[in-house]
Write a protein that binds this ligand. Structure first.
Ligand SMILES: Cc1cc2nc3c(=O)[nH]c(=O)nc-3n(C[C@H](O)[C@H](O)[C@H](O)COP(=O)(O)OP(=O)(O)OC[C@H]3O[C@@H](n4cnc5c(N)ncnc54)[C@H](O)[C@@H]3O)c2cc1C
Length: 325
């Protein structure tokens, strides 16, 4: 019996949210007196898989079918179930991201397992298996007790800090036979974002909303982000209007982020936006409307026109950096 966790990677490089999920699974395993096993789907270098031991995985099960290098939810679910059954797993963990959201419910349905989606706490085993999760776009919490024999949990990314430790995981291969219908959805094109730190991993984020008026005004945000080494984000209408790419959209229907610093410029602070960013450690809001709801969630607020404030802020940051180098 062990706790198993889906460890996502991109061409063999593991993601921060996978380390977090492994660490979470390892903590559950420890409190259950068992071990955590990571499942790696597709091709990844053995040395990289071994490093998952640094985050608490004792073992890695690798299903090295090249077709799994792209997300195929049905095939992924089959692979996870095969690994879970091999290990006699009672708890199955994944990140609450695109992959986890499409794979975990399939796994839960097939194993007749109870599932909590988007957990933000370790399970309280003294009361059964009680997990806290956000509800109503982060306005409230719910505590869900999973009473089924097998339990499935997806962890909201960036809930816990990732700590790298010592250790090396052993790697085992597992063969799973798939059918053509497991790959019925074909990924035709993948556009990789290069350069900046991915939003899900960024510690510093500069985000723009409809108050910027149009894509031609994003230069001031790019300068601000450049001065800080921050990653850019945006509100949903900005992405919907094609002012910015969709991968930058944060909120209830976009990415969930928890950076150390979130600077929101010209964003009203609708509940659906806050749902994706209200876990940020420090929130700075720049808005010309003193009544903008975002100010209620802000640690620091500047009332003023973005076109005036942002360049001054960028200049001040540059000057500060020059003086402290
Ligand atoms: C089911 C559902 C899901 C949704 N999911 C998301 C989501 O994931 N993410 C998301 O962001 N939204 C989401 N929304 C939309 C959300 O409700 C808001 O409509 C959206 O967040 C508003 O975007 P905004 O703040 O950029 O624009 P606006 O609401 O138009 O706000 C613009 C702000 O800019 C300020 N401003 C204007 N000019 C300036 C200036 N010159 N300088 C400084 N400030 C200025 C204004 O005072 C205003 O506060 C969702 C809505 C629904 C119904």
């Amino acid at each position: 019996m062990s706790v198993i966790v889906l460890a996502e990677h991109s061409q063999g490089a593991f993601k921060k949210k996978s380390f977090e999920a492994i660490q979470y699974a390892a903590a559950i395993a420890q409190s259950m007196g068992t071990t955590a096993t990571a499942i790696v789907l597709g091709d990844a270098p053995e040395a990289n898989m071994q490093t998952l031991g640094q985050y608490g995985a004792q073992k890695v099960i690798n299903i090295a079918d090249a077709r799994l290098n792209d997300l195929h939810a049905r095939a992924y679910a089959k692979a996870v179930i095969a690994a879970a059954q091999k290990e006699g797993a009672k708890v199955i963990v994944a990140s609450h991201d695109v992959t986890g959201k499409s794979v975990a419910p399939r796994v839960a349905a097939r194993l007749k397992a109870g599932m909590v989606a988007g957990a933000v706490s370790h399970p309280d085993l003294s009361k059964g298996f009680v997990v806290k999760k956000n509800v109503f776009s982060g306005k409230a919490f719910a505590y869900a007790n999973i009473t089924s024999d097998v339990k499935v949990v997806t962890l909201l990314p960036n809930t816990f800090p990732v700590k790298k430790g010592e250790g090396s995981a052993t790697v085992e291969k597992l063969d799973v036979s798939f059918e053509d219908k497991d790959f019925s959805v074909v990924v035709k094109e993948t556009n990789k974002v290069t350069g900046a730190i991915p939003l899900s991993e960024a510690e510093l984020v500069v985000s723009g909303g409809r108050g910027l008026k149009g894509p031609e005004n994003w230069g001031i945000l790019e300068d601000l982000a450049g001065s800080l080494g921050a990653t850019l984000a945006c509100s949903r209408p900005v992405a919907d209007s094609h002012w910015r790419p969709h991968h930058e959209h944060v909120g209830q229907t976009g990415g969930t982020i928890r950076p150390n610093l979130y600077i929101a410029v010209g964003i009203s602070g609708a509940i659906q936006h806050l749902a994706g960013v209200n876990g940020s450690k420090t929130i700075v809001v720049i808005n010309k409307d003193p009544e903008a709801p975002f100010f209620k969630a802000a640690d620091y607020g500047i009332v003023g026109d973005a076109q005036e404030i942002v360049p001054k802020l960028t200049a001040a940051i540059k000057k500060f950096k020059e003086n402290h180098n």
